[in-house]
Design a protein around this ligand. Sequence first.
Ligand code: HPA
Ligand code: ZN
Length: 331
Amino acid sequence: ATGEDPLMSLPKAELHLHIEGTLEPDLAFALARRNGVTLPYASVEELRAAYRFASLQEFLDLYYACMSALRTRRDFADLVLAYLRHAHAQGLRHVDMFFDPEGHTERGVPLEEVVEGLRDGLREGEAELGVTGTLVMCVLRHLPEETSLRTLDAMLDRYGDLIGTEWTGIGLDSSEQGNPPAKHARVFARARAAGLRLVAHAGEEGTPEDVTQALDVLHVEHVDHGVAAAGSAAVMRRLADEHITLTVCPLSNLALQVTPDLARHPLPTLIAHGVPVTINSDDPAYFGGYLGDNFIAARDRIGLTEAQLVACARESVDASFATPARQAAIR
Ligand code: HPA
Ligand code: ZN
């Protein structure tokens, strides 16, 4: 079926993709073996069986545990290549790729191994597939702001010359409960001054007010998830008026029980209120589907029309951090 569905060949950009969330169990075990690392699961089957999440935090605990398999520059390049091959077969043309530097530096992996590996993977993927990509570093909101500031400074120090080309932005991810956007306000102010584009997860498990705070305090241009905005007509009107794009992830929302049922997903409400939305996969190895699979779920299980899905794909290209020439080539 993959490749035959017209939604699979529809050209798309992905704006909400955590590269660490593309680590499939078989690759996790292969890398763990290569690196002499022991994963907290005995087998691929046992790890897959652990993919049942009652909340964002339950997912994050497993996501951080599996990261321990990733140690070297080649590991990160292989991870990127595996993702690009998989997503390219589902219509991916460009990705603004999230990565969590602190998920690696906090366990002793040098920043350079991470970033050089991701750059290698993007370069090799472009040569092989013609897919383009940029990097968006995310800071972990559960860590103190001082840690995020140090992480941003280390990135600016080492990779500031890549801003606007290979490195386009900064995001905010990890545990939303108890870690509002304002906690990392200084990091975002510093990133903005350095010429980075700004995005943040808000209103995934949170409230419409969390979405508003990400706009007012962090000045983000996209809100990642943001589905809680559907609970407030005023917030939806603001997103529409200011053309703030939401990067919605249907299969993620189902897997983390943000929505009890895709038939009750907020996407149709957001679209009806004129909010610019895109469809994305978030952590496809964990949530049961890559980019095209999320488009198909949005059609078959949420009920979006062909025209609405084409508009989502178009918005993904227009709102991406690809150059205007690249955007035009994809459209
Ligand atoms: N939400 C918050 N943090 C994350 C996610 C997410 O969906 N995926 C990876 N880190
Ligand atoms: Zn996410």
